[in-house]
Design a protein around this ligand. Structure first.
Ligand code: C5P
Length: 312
């Protein structure tokens, strides 16, 4: 096979409970991930140019990025998909080559784990391209070293992450949930939002709570009850994201006024997520939110959907 394409979903956090800052710079979390039908595609192809024995200057792993507003995605060795492919080659103990092409639809630095999704897709694509046949358990281990959200992008559907978010247990859900996502201009840096969360807690003299999963949320998922799920959504990073980007409060308020069952900042933001009762309501809400100040664009999606999957 000379090229493999993998499709990988974005995530929204249904609950993000942030505990104390650990010595390693991460926070203990309870992180309920939910994969939604907004996809990036990553193609891993055999390079067409001569092998490095004949051209020592050729990099073994190269990456190109296509799509809307991809300027902030690094095309260097720092790209998460390149890091993932390199980690996979290291695990296999050989120097493999690949040209990676990332087609982005997931907002960049938007709080929807787009970079992590691309890393997960690169693992699946290169595992296939290089004929390694590593089982998903091995890919999950490599994924956790690349980033806290990467294992979930392999798994998809709905799952609770503990530790720094990388230790996953799948959750039972019923039915389909319908979402609207309001994308903002520019991104928010995840470390900066976590830092602001710590700062706000310190300023208020509030100790970080021990994170615990919401029983109301689990029940709503099990029963496929969108109204109850809307009420149970929570994100401890939201006050920090709003402090850094005050206009997000207006976006969330507009969604609530127009009847969203729940309105929340997705992960570290700035994307805002709105839950609705049906696909039709999602399209209506999307049309109403398009004109809100600070919204770059609005998309609809449904969840849960599977994780990184070979598409061809
Ligand atoms: O794991 P990942 O590299 O995606 O995390 C990005 C940043 O988000 C970390 O450097 C850290 O600042 C913050 N983070 C955190 N606690 C977590 C996950 C991420 O503080 N559990």
């Amino acid at each position: 096979m000379s090229a493999i394409t993998v499709r990988v979903p974005a995530k929204v956090n249904l609950q993000l409970a942030v505990g104390p800052l650990r010595d390693d710079g991460y926070h203990d979390l309870v992180n309920v991930f939910h994969a939604v039908s907004l996809f990036d595609e990553v193609t891993a192809a055999e390079p067409l140019d001569p092998a490095p024995e004949r051209d020592p200057s050729a990099a073994p792993l190269r990456v190109r990025v296509e799509g809307d507003l991809t300027g902030e995605v690094p095309v260097s060795d720092d790209n998460l998909a390149v890091r993932a492919a390199r980690a996979l080659a290291d695990r296999a103990g050989r120097s493999y080559r690949a040209d990676l092409l990332i087609r982005k639809s997931i907002p960049v630095a938007g709080g929807m784990a787009g970079g992590s999704a691309d890393a997960a897709a690169a693992l699946v694509a290169c595992n296939e391209l290089w004929g390694l046949g590593l089982p998903v358990e091995d890919l999950m281990e490599i994924a956790a070293d690349i980033g806290s959200d990467v294992p979930f992008a392999l798994l998809g559907d709905t799952a609770v992450g503990t530790g720094r978010g990388e230790r996953l247990a799948p959750l039972e859900t019923a039915g389909v949930f319908h979402w609207v996502f309001a994308l903002a201009d520019g991104g928010l840096s995840t470390p900066r939002v976590y830092g602001e969360c710590d700062r706000l807690r310190e300023e208020a003299g509030v100790a970080a709570p021990t994170p615990a999963v919401s029983e109301a949320l689990l029940a709503a998922l099990r029963e496929g009850d969108a109204t109850a799920l809307g009420q149970a959504l929570s994100n401890d990073l939201q006050p920090a994201a709003l402090a850094l980007r005050p206009s997000l409060a207006d976006t969330l308020a507009a969604g609530r006024e127009h009847g969203a069952l729940g309105a929340i900042v997705s992960g570290s933001g700035p994307t805002c997520a709105f839950l609705t009762e049906s696909a039709e309501r999602a399209h209506e809400l999307a049309a109403l939110l398009k004109d809100v100040d600070g919204c770059r664009s609005v998309v609809t999606a449904h969840g849960p959907v599977p994780g990184a999957t070979v598409a061809g």
